[in-house]
Design a binder for this molecule. Sequence first.
Ligand SMILES: NC(=O)c1ccc[n+]([C@@H]2O[C@H](COP(=O)([O-])OP(=O)(O)OC[C@H]3O[C@@H](n4cnc5c(N)ncnc54)[C@H](OP(=O)(O)O)[C@@H]3O)[C@@H](O)[C@H]2O)c1
Length: 328
Amino acid sequence: MHTRTLGQGLQVSAIGMGCMGMSQSYGPNPGDRGDMIGVLRTAVDRGVTFFDTAEVYGPYVNEELVGEALAPVRDQVVLATKFGWRVENGTPVGLDSRPEQIRRVADASLRRLRTDTIDLFYQHRVDPDVPIEEVAGAVAELVQAGKVRHFGLSEAAAATIRRAHAVHPVSAVQSEYSLWTRDPEPEVLPTLAELGIGFVPFSPLGKGFLTGTVDTTTAFTQGDIRAGIPRFDEDNLAANRALVDHVTALAHARGATPGQIALAWLLAQQPWIAPIPGTRRIERLAENLAAADVALSADDIADLDAAAARIGVHGDRYNETHMGLVGK
Ligand SMILES: NC(=O)c1ccc[n+]([C@@H]2O[C@H](COP(=O)([O-])OP(=O)(O)OC[C@H]3O[C@@H](n4cnc5c(N)ncnc54)[C@H](OP(=O)(O)O)[C@@H]3O)[C@@H](O)[C@H]2O)c1
């Protein structure tokens, strides 16, 4: 696996590992905790050095899982986690990026991750009640104290990224980006290019949709967030399916899988982009990592872009409440 450089010299594997689904969001886990530790360690064996978690995943248990799995190889990996939610009785109840909360979360995350420094500490969502300068200042103090190495933002608007970066250099912005989620293209990506900040696309497989394994016959199990996402409504799914069919046809022509084409398309956008697909299955992990070796031509990219533009996307990527938290 080749490496890529995000902002401020932060080096990561071209394809990272999103760990969230091991603890939430996609219904019952096909494996147990030991299996998930096995998946994480297999990822390391296959060259992944970039792992993504958050305080709120679980909450807490995902950081604990990642901390335990990667403790033996701690010095070989980049651990990214996130602050910014207020969690009460195990449930996220709202945003909270007050400096005292950021300091508290950092200490708790360090303990759960079994480490003495967080490599990349993202604000999970911009908090309208706390000026971003205060957030950046609090993270800068944690960097000074050696508890954090790099500062990141998630789903922030270009203007917010600029303001944060002016207080403390931002190394990475993480937002949803894939063939069917193009929101970062008009403003965020050009701003990152200008400021020398890396980009980490989350849900790079379109929450599984772009792998071709989700269709109108898919019954989302309890705890699967896709049941509440407009794009995955039956009618929207049926309309969106044309994009996956197009991706699948190209995949067959290139001897790849649709998911690999989706990841290769992301990797081709910029050398400072490192997607973090999530899976709980070793065979899918291998498939996803092999996308780093799938080369798409300029014609392939143009063909995919044209198909995405022609077909369009039906339905929002979040419900109304969560849509209200992005792009701030
Ligand atoms: N910053 C944020 O607000 C934010 C939000 C969402 C996610 N994230 C991060 O981004 C990571 C990835 O996003 P995501 O998990 O939402 O979406 P994703 O990576 O686009 O898709 C994950 C889904 O696809 C399935 N899948 C994975 N590889 C597959 C393959 N090769 N073939 C068929 N299905 C496959 C997974 O199921 P199985 O597990 O059963 O394989 C899971 O249902 C998360 O783990 C998290 O770390 C961040």
